[in-house]
Write a protein that binds this ligand. Structure first.
Ligand code: PEP
Ligand code: MN
Length: 684
């Protein structure tokens, strides 16, 4: 090609570049007008989408296009995209509620120029928001600022295409009570920054954030002789080398950071992969209001049962509802590393019928389920498919359901009701199945008193065919002068005894602040009769991944018990075991009156397993065995009894505690022990 021709082509390409730049500028201008309309519609409370007007508009553009000799097919495709974008912008904006609040305070980890800051700018500017920032040194602090109302939202990195999930943020968000209201994929372009005039060959030290190091390992490996120093913040590392004023020191940060701190980009694009995206989530104290028809994503976290196919079954629920899963990430449960939590993102909004149906089905299958939020997402295409969804029909009823009672309408509870789930729930604790085919025997002292007491008891519990070891460490005593339990020291003993004899342990927790620490060691969290309506405690155990043994309040109705259980279920924890332990009546011959009819009534109203504690009902040990047998006969899934090596000298509830021999005899009478209860462990 001649030089002249080459020059002409270069000129023409420049003209095309100019036209494209103008098209982009006009698209941005068009979008800003769409936002103005959204604001007006918000004030006038008008619907955000007017399909007839959209079709008219496209028809109008086609006739104009013909005047310019443009292909109508191209115009249809282009304007459909433009109109879709405009609708999306308007709907996202309308979903935000306050149309006049166009300034938003954002908490980020890092300073100006950090990737969090840049991602937040990308996200908020595209939605017509002005931003101001609250800057934190740690992710935890950024979350706290939002919780405490200093910032409206936080923008936090959650995963990267090269280095994967940012687990710290996941763990912090799980317990934060904040909702996901948006996400943004930010294209990260890591650069090596240095003082102006510095050269790569002279670099002896590189400061950077651990995430950036993980994403640039290939480049760093080639930087011979240079020391890599971890730094808490990408942008701050830029500021730091500026302050050090040493040409042998470099940092990994963005081009914006270079501009901000007057540094030079020594090399650009140093990440292992050219396509390096970090996904950020926007979290807020209030859930997002996502309007119908806006392409949206929902993020949930769940824990499934520990048996083959449990995850498959849960995922199949999405497939049958034709819901597109866009992400599945697994994390060990904090403080319970044997079990995994699964983080899922899927297309859809909790207010969609199909999504609500899937979530409802999942609560019947999984051990824990929490919705982190539904939010508009630009990663997704608008869903034009028909919304009709195949619903999963519950399977046949269990024969234990009393037909005439099951017609009772649940009041004040749903997740725990038979209407919600017809199959019985089996709560798995270690290898023990509560609510399965075999009777579960829970035994142990009222209170853990000493290492010798708890181990001696645990051995007998196990040898006689008991399946769970109980023991109180925090005792809710009627009198403040009575023995209050050994606390966490007692819990260590109980957990150790449980491990020694292969028995999962049950212990009571009495205060919301202790829940997390107790849940680290206890396999089942007991809520005592005096706390059945301690709603903050119920919510706290609902946020854990441990099964909950919920005792009936001594003056509570069965519906009140089921509503209390609902507090736990509604927080996400689906593993609740109900416990009848006697109620207060006018009868004074026994400590309480065992309400045996509670078992079939609860079973007819709820799918949750029911155990009976005859010890606290009777108050005297000789009445315990016959009432335990009656409980078995009436269909209880388990029996919980207090036993003690020396009941006469027990520090609490001695009169109702069985002697160890009495316990052995009871276990035999219940058909446990050597007679092959599937739940029992092999005997020595
Ligand atoms: C217990 O099981 O030790 C206990 C205190 O029970 P309740 O809450 O039923 O009195
Ligand atoms: Mn007791």
């Amino acid at each position: 090609m001649s030089d002249k021709k080459q020059d002409d082509i270069t000129d023409i390409r420049r003209d095309i570049d100019d036209v494209d730049a103008e098209i982009l500028r006009l698209l941005a201008e068009r979008r800003s007008h769409s936002l103005r309309i959204a604001r007006e519609k918000g004030r006038a409370d008008q619907p955000s989408r007017d399909q007839l007007r959209e079709e008219d508009l496209i028809a109008d553009r086609i006739s104009s296009a013909l005047e310019h000799d443009l292909d109508s097919g191209l115009i249809i495709r282009l304007w459909r995209e433009i109109v879709d974008d405009s609708v999306r912008v308007q709907q996202e904006s309308l979903g935000r509620g306050d149309q006049d609040q166009r300034t938003i305070t954002v908490a980020i980890q890092g300073i100006q120029g950090s990737y969090s800051h840049l991602a937040s700018e990308q996200y908020h500017k595209a939605r017509g928001f002005e931003t101001s920032y609250v800057k934190s040194v740690t992710f935890a602090d950024a979350i706290t600022r939002v919780q405490e109302g200093e910032a409206d939202v936080a923008v936090l990195p959650i995963e990267n295409t090269t280095s994967g999930a940012i687990s710290e943020v996941y763990d912090l968000l799980l317990d934060s009570g904040l909702h996901f209201v948006g996400d943004v994929k930010y294209r990260v372009r890591h650069c090596l920054l240095g003082l102006s005039g510095a050269s790569i060959a002279d670099v002896k030290r590189v400061y950077c954030h651990p995430q950036a190091i993980a994403q640039c390992t290939d480049f760093l490996a080639g930087l011979e002789g240079a020391e890599v120093v971890y730094f808490s913040d990408t942008a701050l590392s830029g500021k730091m080398i500026k302050d050090l004023n040493d040409p042998s020191v470099a940092a990994i940060a963005s081009e914006d950071a270079a501009r901000l701190f007057g540094l030079e980009v020594l090399k650009t694009g140093i990440a292992n992969r050219a396509e390096n995206f970090t996904r950020f989530v926007v979290v807020s104290p209030e859930p997002a209001a996502v309007l119908d028809g806006v392409p949206s994503k929902t993020s949930v976290v769940m824990a499934v049962g520990n048996h083959p196919g449990a995850l498959m079954d849960a995922l199949a629920t999405f497939r049958s509802a034709d819901i597109n899963l866009v992400k599945l990430e697994s994390r060990p449960i904090p403080h319970n590393p044997q079990e995994e939590l699964f983080y899922l993102d899927f297309a859809g909004n909790v207010s969609d019928e199909s999504v609500a149906g899937v979530l409802e089905s999942l609560t019947k299958q999984v051990r824990f389920l929490k919705v982190l939020g539904s939010y508009p997402s630009r990663d997704l295409r608008p869903d034009t498919r028909s919304k009709s969804v195949e619903r999963i029909e519950p399977e046949g009823r269990d024969e234990l359901v009393v037909p005439v009672l099951s017609k009772a309408k649940p009041s004040g509870y749903k997740l725990g009701s038979r209407g919600h789930k017809q199959d019985n729930t089996v709560v798995e604790v270690g290898g023990v199945r509560v609510g399965g085919d075999d009777l579960v025997l829970i035994a142990g002292p009222c209170a853990v008193e000493s290492w010798d007491q708890v181990t001696e008891t645990a051995r007998v519990v196990r040898d006689a065919g008991g399946t769970l070891l109980r023991g109180g460490c925090f005792k809710p005593r009627t009198s403040p002068y009575s023995f209050q339990g050994l606390g966490f020291e007692g819990l260590d003993m109980l957990a150790e005894a449980g491990k020694t004899f292969g028995l999962p342990v049950v212990t009571e927790v009495i205060s919301p602040e202790d829940v997390e620490q107790v849940a680290r060691k206890a396999d089942v969290l007991q809520i005592g009769t005096r706390n059945m309506q301690n709603f903050s405690l119920l919510q706290a155990v609902g946020r854990t991944h441990r099964p909950v043994l919920l005792k009936r309040g001594m003056s509570s109705s069965l519906d009140e018990l089921l509503q209390a259980a609902e507090y736990v279920l509604a927080e996400g924890n689906q593993q609740v075991i109900l416990c009848e332990r006697g109620i207060r009546t006018f009868e004074r011959s026994t400590r309480n009156t065992l309400d045996l009819s509670a078992v079939p009534v609860l079973k007819s109203r709820s799918h949750l397993p029911v155990v009976v504690d005859p010890s606290h009902a009777a108050g005297v040990r000789d009445l315990v065995p016959p009432m335990a047998l009656a409980s078995q006969a009436i269909g209880a899934d388990g029996i919980m009894v207090e036993i003690h090596p020396d009941p006469e000298n027990a520090l609490s509830d001695g009169p109702q505690s069985l002697h160890l021999d009495q316990y052995r005899a009871l276990a035999r009478a219940l058909g446990l022990g050597g007679r092959g209860n599937g739940n029992g462990r092999s005997l020595e």
